[in-house]
Design a protein around this ligand. Sequence first.
Ligand code: AMP
Ligand code: MG
Length: 424
Amino acid sequence: MISVEEARGKILDFIKVLDKEEKPLLNCLGQVLAEGVYSPFDVPPQDNSAMDGYAVQVKSIEGASYEHPRILRVVGEVAAGCVSGLKVETGTAVRIMTGAFVPNGADVVVPFEDTDEVDRKQASISRDEIGVRVCLPEGSNIRRRGEDIAKGGLVLEWGRLLCPAEIGVLASLGKSMVWVIRRPIVGVLATGDEVSEIDQHLQPGKIYNSNSYSLAAQIISCGGIPKPLGVARDDVKQLTTAIRQGFDCDMLVTSGGVSLGDYDVVKQVLAAEGDISFWTVCMKPGKPLAFGMLKRNDGKKIPHLGLPGNPVSSMITFELFARPAIFKMMGRGSLAKHNIQAVIEDSIENRDGRRIFARVAVSKRNGKYYASITGHQGSGILTSMMKADGLAIVPETTKQIKPGTTVEVMMFDWNDGGIHEKNK
Ligand code: AMP
Ligand code: MG
């Protein structure tokens, strides 16, 4: 038996980062940047107002107070988006809106609420003049040119994961097309004489193909593009044809046919199509696993991961082995899922010294996480995955975990959108 880490290490050794593609900005969400992005200009491009108010000179409002406002002559107005030739001199003011460029000569913006603007309006007094009721320090309410991003500076480095804020920053630089590491296309093939397509009438002795769907959904959730290859019978010819249909993919994932007691067709076909090893991994569920490189006639090799057929085992082995492989192909910096510490509320027995990944629902009470088993842990009970938020990990050497013990839980949908990657 090999450990989970050993299996993962052997798999990742064969996985390479994919090539890059250039695509429209919004389509790059969740992908990794394949270029360094420098700012072609200052952001913001000019000093602009952070408030609606009056652009003035500090000199003009020295000593101003509510009782002793400074009366300034209003020489015009600038709205956001307009370029004005207005100039502010001592004793004058320009009415200015948030985001509008600060006119020449002004060194401070006084918000409306610190002027007599409203009183003048209500009393229908001329607004050719304005009374300023405060004295503000120079630069108040002015966003300085380049204060967010300076021209020529590296804004986003090669290898950075693009989350919504990165997409926004790239947009602020006017970058509509972006180079990113492309998403892998992952072939998904189910195997088994008993497995039926989900749009067929269920014949006696058959079960529906749930694996291809949970696996394809997992592929999508970690950024890959699934290529459905249907269900192959346990028949050499059919299976060979089906596997070869995945030869244009970046990786092929199959489910079923790799356990010890299986009718050997799947293993036989896989072994004939490349260098495939059949492992028993020291974990529960999901002991049997196949991995290797399938060989095309033109010599190109495609990584293949043969997951166990039991629906829970196939999902869990995907999380542990396929997800990191897909992340690596996408150039992601962190391949691990987020683990938390939680107090287990049930007892877990470990009878055969494997690492147990127990399906648990996680809740938070009084600042502490608690994990409780989601019912029957059979590897065919797919609804127990549906109820789970993560997998509680029982080490190989631990014989029993008693309620109240703190365990590590690998979370499924923790927002791992780059938390580790950005903080690494
Ligand atoms: P195997 O690994 O092929 O021996 O399959 C183990 C168990 O998983 C058997 O009970 C199969 O019926 C079941 N199984 C295999 N493939 C699928 C599939 N695509 N969808 C749902 N169950 C499956
Ligand atoms: Mg089978």
